[in-house]
Ligand binder design. Structure first.
Ligand SMILES: [Zn+2]
Ligand SMILES: [Zn+2]
Length: 183
């Protein structure tokens, strides 16, 4: 049975629920989009739900944001295909969605009210974009050489992997490798 994730924006005009086989919030993204729009600790995170199970209330309050990503040949602005939904009343970001992966949607754990499990392994991605005021949780990693380099926090036992860019390993793959995929 997949996990049922229940979420909302802060003002609760938008509420939603979705089923997820992959509820672990293990991926901390320091890219320039996530760390600003997510407004959390210098990184942003998303998990993954099954789009066909998504139920939304308050859809009229949702607006979609697509970040700029360079320019087209004709000089017009190029936007990411990744759409970030947020509440127009309280500005909370809710989830990301990309037409190319329409089977899934990617809730931000900040909007999930259900108790999410804690990951025993954390992937830090786009560490090249990490602002200098944000400390990494373990010593020893030297950006930007890392491509999946792993360090263990000896006090918590949590394993941290560092990627200068986006890792090859997808969200489902990670859950299967760590042995926490919810059937
Ligand atoms: Zn709201
Ligand atoms: Zn990001």
């Amino acid at each position: 049975m997949p996990s049922l994730l229940k979420g909302s924006c802060h003002c609760e005009r938008v509420t939603f629920e979705v089923q997820s086989h992959t509820p672990y919030a293990y991926m901390y993204c320091y890219c320039s989009i996530c760390r600003v729009t997510n407004g959390s600790g210098g990184f942003g995170i998303n998990i993954m739900g099954q789009t066909d199970t998504l139920k939304i209330k308050g859809e009229e309050y949702i607006k979609v944001f697509r970040a700029k990503r360079g320019t087209n040949k004709d000089g017009t602005v190029k936007y990411t295909t990744n759409e970030r939904s947020y509440c127009t009343e309280c500005a909370s970001f809710l989830w990301a969605f990309d037409e190319a992966y329409a089977q899934w949607m990617y809730p931000f754990p900040s909007a999930i009210k259900s108790d999410l499990p804690q990951a025993s392994q954390i992937n830090h991605i786009f560490t090249d974009s990490k602002p200098s005021w944000v400390p990494l949780p373990v010593l020893g990693y030297k950006t930007p050489e890392g491509k999946g380099e792993e360090l263990t926090d000896t006090q918590t036992g949590i394993k941290h992997r560092f990627y200068a860019e986006y890792p090859d390993e997808g969200i489902e793959q990670w859950h299967k490798r760590v042995g926490v995929f919810v059937e």
